[in-house]
Design a protein. Structure first.
Length: 154
């Protein structure tokens, strides 16, 4: 009985997390993509690739929820970001705490997915590698066959 309850609880948590990430993606696309990218460089605001590994959740929550308050309080990171973005501060988006948490969950997941994609061999190189291996094998066989000829030395 305990294991059954534990399984149901685990499934509920996974479904809730997946739902938060989906909701976070929708919010990100609606409210954030005009200024930010994930892994595609700066726009009006900074690229958010890996931001969840550089900043803790509490700072991210406060920055997303009340960026104007962060600047007014003199937060050194927020102030530096405004300088890097040519004096353009992040606009308050009017998101609820739950929406901010969903966006952070989406950013964590997106950064993990982008890191997984970046570590593999690019697929466009795969045919070239296969052809190169085939050519090397063919040249090796030709060399071995040619090497068996006897040459007279005078």
């Amino acid at each position: 009985m305990f294991i059954h309850c534990l399984t149901i609880t685990s499934l509920f948590i996974l479904i809730t997390l997946a739902s938060a990430q989906d909701n976070g993606e929708a919010i990100f696309k609606q409210k954030c993509t005009a200024c930010h990218t994930i892994g595609k460089g700066k726009l009006v605001g900074p690229d958010l690739q890996g931001v969840t590994s550089r900043r803790d959740d509490a700072w991210l929550h406060k920055q997303i929820k009340s960026p104007d308050l962060m600047i007014a309080e003199g937060d050194p990171i927020a102030t530096q970001l405004v300088k890097e973005m040519n004096g353009v501060p992040m606009a308050p988006l009017g998101l609820s705490d739950a929406e901010v948490d969903a966006v952070i969950a989406f950013l964590k997941n997106a950064s993990k997915q982008q890191a997984a994609v970046d570590t593999g061999l690019p697929s466009q190189y795969f045919p070239t590698i296969l052809i190169s291996i085939g050519v090397l094998i063919a040249l090796t066989i030709i060399g071995l066959l040619a090497g068996k000829k006897q040459v007279e030395v005078r």
